[in-house]
Design a binder for this molecule. Structure first.
Ligand SMILES: C[S@@+](CC[C@H](N)C(=O)[O-])C[C@H]1O[C@@H](n2cnc3c(N)ncnc32)[C@H](O)[C@@H]1O
Length: 216
């Protein structure tokens, strides 16, 4: 009940900034995928209720599922073929984005999540699929594999972790040159990504709602 109340609070405060078209899209896609997936991803957990300590540079971390309409939009804007790709969700929560991309026939996907409770819930939600692996760990310590080529982030963590993840992606691409895409939803640290990667799509409003897709 509390987690649903958290979600409601965050959603109401956000959608008051979204505009009518986005609100209609939000409701439409939530209903479609609620019935299609029947998974437990629609709830919210705030800072003080997460089962790990937030880092010094992070004033705000929460689990809120990525709105389906934004995941759907981002999937249309990447320039790599999903069926040949391995997608990594940094801060995968209860597995919502992963389930979406599995159903879009991504070849393989991985979720990196610091909360053990959320990792276990994602395991339950995704137990029917065999092309997904979940890692209960800090995203900054995930060693990027040379097959990982699409990276997904929904405003997951603070600036220092973002910088380390970018460094890890750049290092991996330097060692194993390949084309990559990065999907960044609600891109709080957009400028840092822009200094490291090329924007191939951007639609973000002044309240930080939207999606940016980068390539190298
Ligand atoms: C906004 S939620 C992302 C939701 C998810 N991508 C989805 O598909 O719905 C952000 C998530 O990042 C996780 N997180 C925060 N810091 C992290 C870190 N350093 N490493 C891994 N996960 C982290 C949080 O526990 C939370 O579940």
């Amino acid at each position: 009940m509390k987690s649903f109340f958290n979600l409601l609070k965050t959603t109401i405060s956000k959608i008051s900034h979204w505009g009518a078209k986005n609100v209609i899209n939000f409701i439409y896609f939530e209903l479609i995928y609620f019935f299609r997936f029947n998974s437990r991803t629609l709830f919210g957990i705030q800072n003080n209720e997460l089962d790990y300590e937030i880092k010094d540079d992070e004033e705000f971390i929460e689990y809120i599922p990525t709105p389906f309409f934004l995941i759907n939009k981002s999937a249309k804007k990447i320039n790599l073929n999903l069926t040949e790709s391995c997608l990594v969700d940094f801060g995968s929560g209860a597995g919502r984005a992963l389930e979406f991309f599995i159903n879009k026939e991504v070849k393989f996907c991985k979720g990196i999540e610091r909360s053990s409770k959320l990792t276990e819930l994602a395991r339950l939600n995704l137990s029917k699929y065999d092309n997904v692996e979940l890692f209960h760990m800090d995203a900054e310590n995930y060693k990027i594999d040379n097959k990982d080529n699409i990276f997904f982030l929904y405003d997951p963590f603070g600036i220092e972790t973002i910088k380390k993840v970018i460094k890890n992606i750049n290092y991996s691409v330097k060692i194993s040159p390949r084309e990559i895409n990065i999907i960044y939803v609600s891109p709080r640290y957009n400028e840092i990504f822009k200094s490291a990667f090329k924007v191939i799509y951007e639609d973000v409003n002044k309240f930080n709602l939207g999606v940016v897709v980068f390539s190298n």
